[in-house]
Design a protein around this ligand. Sequence first.
Ligand SMILES: Nc1nc2c(ncn2[C@@H]2O[C@H](COP(=O)(O)OP(=O)(O)OP(=O)(O)O)[C@@H](O)[C@H]2O)c(=O)[nH]1
Ligand SMILES: [Mg+2]
Length: 462
Amino acid sequence: MTEVTVFFQHLPENDKFVPRSVLVDLEPNVIDEVKASSFGALFHPNMLINGKEDAANNYARGHYTTGKTIEPQILEAMRKQVEACDNCQGFIFNSAVGGGTGSGLPRFIAAKRVENAYPKIPQVSFSIYPSLQLSTCVVEPYNALMATYNMVEYNNITIILDNEAGYDIAMQHLIKYSANPLQKASYYNINSLVCKAISSVTCGLRFVGQQQSTIADIQTNLVPFPRLHFMTCSLTPVVSERNKEYSRWSEEEMTLRAFEKDYMFVKYHDWDAQEDQMSIYVYTYLICMPVVTHKKKKQYCGISLIYRGNADITAVNAAVQRAKETRVKLVEWCPTGFKISMIDRNLAVLDEDGMLATDRSLTVIGNNTAIVRPLEQRIGRKYDLMYSQRAFVHWYVGEGMEEGEFAEAREDLEMLVKDYMELKADPGTDQYEITDDENVDKSENRNQGNNTTTNTEVINVE
Ligand SMILES: Nc1nc2c(ncn2[C@@H]2O[C@H](COP(=O)(O)OP(=O)(O)OP(=O)(O)O)[C@@H](O)[C@H]2O)c(=O)[nH]1
Ligand SMILES: [Mg+2]
């Protein structure tokens, strides 16, 4: 049985199902492509919105100037979608944060949502973070920093899908075994992997299973404090179609591999052999943030495991137990941080994905304290290099953004790093000391509270 009406609205007049989604871009090409594609007829024409020109890779254009030209249309479309729901469970935002539209536009939509209309409806973002291999513009660190600042404030859950990690997963597990192992992974390869992860995160809403999870469940289990909602996601198995000998992955293999960096959609660059050797297990490096603690395993403050297909509950429980013993260290104050969901319906795999359709699959979403390292290294530090010279800043100021916003966003990222580091400190120890100022900030942040609902429909804004 499927809950088709979660993501689709039934139109009784022509007995048609239309997606509860609003597709937006500032320039017409992308939306025109959707209209011309084989899926074009699926969408309600009023839910495909575009402007006349793009944001020219500039967050400030997406947020302050060009983006505003289509604001009324977007808000009207969202209002209609919400009104068409009996019980709106949440908003899902899909965007890439390296460009001007994807970084700037969601921010003012989210701000409007919170200020005005739907403050209690949670917002989940699947955010594509930029990579060097697939970089399309110089100012990606500025755009990604501003988008992250926005997401700390407005999102309830942010699932980071990093193009660099997606590229490596595709190269390592799919392209390497393909007919042409020398080719480079394309956006198609990355997108097909990312779609599978997104599909698994939302499958608890769409299919009935032994143990389902809704957006509210995920939020309750994974987000201990409102600001600390940046998730690392992984998918197993990812096996090439031409590599069939590995086609039957046991529940244990799937589970243990999902905690390896090779299957994560966030690229952790600073895997350090020396520190790994200090660790009990090779996989334990991720928690070894040097300033904070001497502990050897990574530290999670919440993990959600979504098994799909014919996974067996007894084998799953044994596999999770093994992962607890060997791969995962939860923060001290969160001893039971595993949420398990099991859905009978497996992932859909297309021929062109080059991926083997296996009997079962696993998607792990983890709130791992290590997430701040790639954010700091790949966005914070690159931002520092450019901003120290005030390079490209005039393009942003020229579009109505105050220069001070950059500094605020950078400070906020530093606060996020400290907040995450503080999670790792043992209660009652002085392993990580915070100043009085930080104390005030944190108690304020934590008092903002989490809005959870137990409703049913979901709106996609892409
Ligand atoms: N995974 C993935 N990333 C993409 C894809 N297209 C673009 N990107 C990434 O998204 C970022 C740029 O986003 P774009 O979508 O080109 O930019 P935009 O949001 O439309 O913004 P403007 O073009 O400035 O208006 C870069 O980091 C790209 O690497 C895609 O199909 N898949
Ligand atoms: Mg664009």
